[in-house]
Design a protein around this ligand. Sequence first.
Ligand code: PMV
Length: 289
Amino acid sequence: MATWSAPGKLFLFGEHAVVYGKPGIAMAIRPRVYVTVRKSSHAHHARSLYIEQCFKEMGVRGSVYINSQIPSSSGLGSSGAVTVATLAAINEEFNIGKTIHEIANLAFKIEKKVQKGRASPTDTSVSTYGGMFLILNGERKRLAPQNYQFVIGNSQISHSTSRMVERVAQFKEGDPSICNPIIDAIGGLSYQALQHIHDPIRLGELMDINHALLEALGVGHPALSRLVLACRQTGAYGAKITGAGGGGCMVALAPKNLKGRVAGAIEVFDGRAIITSLDCEGLRREEEG
Ligand code: PMV
């Protein structure tokens, strides 16, 4: 029996634009998913395309048990975290000998396949390695860790990443002259954010602009807008959708002394608040016990 865990992820800037080779900034965050794999002739696992693909790619059969602190289908990268932790647990349980880099690459291949060819390596990289990254053209560059606290608001409206990615693809195909400049502008925000990474006030302003651009891309949701506005009104530096949108989560950057108030505002507007910060640890082997 082997148990591995992997952190969730938060897109600070650039979701959707990264699918088209633009830069994005993402980081690993505290809620984790724990995956236990056991050799068994009767394959017994959750009905998840991601997990099925993990066993298929590794060429083995076994049982899997998942204990996730990350709400699924919410934009916090639960599928990426489940995929990397499942691959790592299969790797140990069946003594396959893959390196951590091979696991990250294979996890990306699986995400891409399940999401019908449209995915960036963001979730799988962040969950594998932990920390904060600039994602550009499918490559990742590690960024210096930042000591910010974020308040996540889960709208509890389930979303489908592949459907949202598909929606943007249709917009891009149907109206390239409108859609492409929006995607370019989102890419520009990530570069700006890198230059102002130590300035929470400027980062907040950039997050607000990113939110408006995501709405313009068609991945907004009234429940997310309500949470974003509530966070700004209670003193957050800025707030935006995080992840694929259309439901799922938003994230606010708040002054440390106001994070409780911002979280309270999220709850008042029917969201579930999570106060979190950077997790520098990626994939982790869990001791049995
Ligand atoms: O909602 P999530 O956590 O699956 O994030 C999706 C982010 C996208 O940029 C829309 C897609 C991707 O693969 O990067």
